[in-house]
Design a protein around this ligand. Structure first.
Ligand code: FAD
Length: 451
């Protein structure tokens, strides 16, 4: 079939649009936001609905092929060589029910679409920092959103899941073991074709970012940690430290500088927000201060995450506790004099994230998440990044409870710690029942078959 021009053709009655290596459109369809992992499936099924997903899974099962799923390619990867990749980007329907305050979100939808669709009803989804991230996969990994401390994990708000499991059956679940396991480990069990999720009555926020450039980053971090311990659950924040690249797309006043950014999202009034952030402003002179009242539809400006595809490697640790000295050591290890360029982030957790929910999202007792992300270029020595991260996370010692699946980027070859032992065992039992052929094997990035 190679060499036939055009992207659209029928293939074995699986779907209207499929691609084989060499086909026009194959590279575009297999590409994702994360450019650091090459995905070369033997067949890409560009699904438009749940029936095409079902047929793609049936085809893979009949031929014993591994299956990967891709919406936007922010997280990646499923199987990278051979097998079937189900591309869901055409499944982009969002339906809002303002009466039940629910959104039905198809597999290929990005958060920005849901935010825009819910806003006219005075509602918002529990979305994250970047509007371009896929809403379904984000939620299957737990979902640590802008308002996480007030409302908990995004997964905790899921009311129904439509899924084609590895045994080829389309199902709709609202409770039970499969529902429990999909929310936390969904990528290893099947293709979720849509979710129904509760929305919150939020139309505006007080928030934004305050960027500090002078003085050592750990002084800001020390003051931030003290401050974060005092704020109410209605305020979710994070701290990020990075050296801005000296590139034309970076504002001139930030280029080449080591910057410590505190990001804030608070659902209380602007006046109360101003009072709450006063100690942050007192830390010292800011390079930028965008703290203000803003509509939820502008919430992407709080973090201003990059929107251009690039290659990155990232990992994280969920921590039982953290003091300024220990975090100061993390900042030293990831500082500008190190050979690996790293963004280091710290998120205080707690609040509603601690509330138990009937799903497999682990480590609810965690008080902090520390994340590191390094840019990867063709010259990057990924082994050096791995070695650095081992030092960083190893140094945090017994505080480390485990790792959050959503913030593992390219580091999935190390599956340890993604779940506690009890959760992993329970997921394994669900996997054996619903994906008995292990079609959705994730290379280290998710649960495998029970051993
Ligand atoms: C810039 C950026 C900002 C982020 N911000 C946040 C944040 O604020 N909070 C947070 O919690 N996370 C955040 N993340 C992490 C993000 O939620 C995960 O990487 C998520 O998996 C991305 O989903 P995707 O659909 O965009 O990516 P994809 O790479 O398309 O999907 C990731 C993986 O999920 C699986 N998958 C995708 N779709 C399905 C499906 N329909 N059914 C079953 N499995 C599926 C596949 O295994 C796939 O390989 C961020 C990531 C980036 C790069």
């Amino acid at each position: 079939m190679s060499g036939i021009p055009g992207r659209v053709r029928a293939m074995e009655n699986i779907a209207q649009t499929t691609f084989r290596p060499g086909d026009a459109g194959y590279d575009d369809e297999s590409a994702g936001f994360q450019t650091g992992c090459t995905v070369r499936p033997d067949l890409i099924v560009a699904a438009t609905d749940a029936e095409e997903v079902r047929r793609a899974v049936a085809h893979a099962a009949a031929h014993g092929l591994p299956v990967g799923v891709q919406a936007t390619g922010h997280g990646r990867p499923g199987p990278s060589q051979g097998g079937v990749l189900i591309s869901t980007r055409r499944m982009d329907g969002v339906r809002i029910d303002p009466v039940t305050r629910t959104a039905r979100i198809e597999a290929g939808v990005r958060w920005g679409q849901v935010v825009a669709a819910a806003a006219p009803y005075g509602l918002a989804p529990l979305s994250g920092s970047a509007p371009t991230v896929g809403a379904v996969s984000y939620t299957l990994g737990g979902g640590l959103g802008l308002l996480a401390r007030q409302f908990g994990y995004t997964a905790d708000h899921v009311r129904a899941i439509e899924v084609v499991t590895g045994d080829g059956e389309p199902r709709r679940v609202t409770s039970g073991e499969l529902y429990w396991a999909l929310l936390g480990a969904g990528a290893g069990l099947g293709v979720v074709t849509a979710i129904e999720i509760g929305l919150v009555p939020v139309t505006r926020l007080y928030g934004g970012g305050i960027l500090f450039g002078d003085g050592p980053a750990d002084d800001v971090a020390r003051a931030y940690l003290e401050w974060a311990a005092t704020v109410p659950d209605e305020l979710t924040s994070s701290l990020g430290v990075m050296v801005y690249p000296d590139l034309p797309m970076v504002p001139a006043h930030l280029r080449g500088r080591r910057v410590t950014a505190v990001r804030v999202a608070y659902t209380g009034s602007a006046a109360a927000g101003e009072r709450l952030v006063a100690p942050l402003r007192a830390i010292g002179p800011a390079l930028e201060d965008s703290l203000r009242e803003l509509p939820y539809t502008d919430s992407a400006t709080i973090h201003n995450d990059p929107d251009q595809p690039h290659a990155y490697y990232g990992d994280n640790a969920m921590l039982s506790g953290l003091d300024a000295d220990a975090f100061g050591e993390v900042l030293r290890l990831t500082g500008p004099d190190q050979p690996v360029w790293t963004v280091t982030q710290l998120s205080p957790l707690g609040g509603a994230l601690r509330t138990p929910a009937p799903n497999a999202v682990p480590y609810r007792e965690a008080a902090y998440a520390v994340r590191t992300l390094s840019l990867v270029t063709p010259d990057t020595d990924v082994a050096a990044i791995r070695a650095l991260y081992e030092k960083v996370y190893g140094g945090l010692g017994a505080r480390v409870l485990g790792r959050s699946l959503n913030f593992v980027f390219g580091a999935g070859e190390r599956p340890e710690g993604l779940y506690d032992a009890e959760t992993l065992e329970r997921i394994g039992r669900v996997k054996a029942a619903y994906d008995p052929g292990d079609l959705f094997r994730r290379p280290g990035g998710g649960p495998g078959r029970p051993s």
